[in-house]
Design a protein. Sequence first.
Length: 293
Amino acid sequence: MNYLVLSSSVALLLMAGKQIDSGRQTTYEMPAQPVMCHTDYPDGSMNAFANDPAFWALHPSPLPLAYKAMGEEVRFATPDGKDAGAYVIKAKKKSKKWLFVYQEWWGLNDYIRREADTFYGDLNGEVNVLALDMYDGRSTTNPQEAGQIMSSVKQERLESIINGASAFAGKKAKIANVGWCFGGGLSLQSALLNGKKSIGAVMYYGMPVRDIERLKTLKCDVLGLFATEERISKQVIEEFAANMKTAGKKLEYRIFNGVHGFANPSNPKHDPELTKEAYALAIAYLKGKFKVG
């Protein structure tokens, strides 16, 4: 079993896995004794799991997808002097309502674009939907490479992309956020960074921010859709709930009886029934925030 000590200096017990190929599927043989790693991770980051073979196993490689997206690719400036990319579907009529969609650890792929289109349709085309490219053009279908990319992205760059997207949406934008896994944590961080523009955040099994002083700056409530797992565990979730209460902020959450990634758009082994249940909660929450019938 893996253990995670959630503090500013994280002590992670990783199982050093040996890959086994049976000819039909790849599995990982775990040794009896874990390997200790001492590393500092940003608050709310999932980098602690990036090199864990057991975590890779929860993310089956996405199947090829031929999808004709509704929207278009855009570029916008970021505060660090660079620019960033995103996929956008503009509202049918000019609108200040924006939904920021945050990718899984694979990167911005057609599964995320399709999910963005689904949100757009279910929000009746009244909301601008922006799926941000948090990897600056990189994407993969290999779990090990996904972990490497995720852990290589600097927190400062992630925040700069979010801040650039906020500026792209406009000074008077009303922004809600949604994301899965890596993107679930970014959904909460986006709500924090967007300040008074924020109207809501949906976290699908993302790592919570633990800093109560940061949580006190949150200007919206949060919907958490969590899995039954050992990393972002019930203990971690309940601590998050307690921290939100201490910070004077509202958190509604549900822990589903499914593994991490059960509703990931790119997951070929996702749980259809739990995905449907979680999406019903997510879209009802977002319709309420955007006042969409």
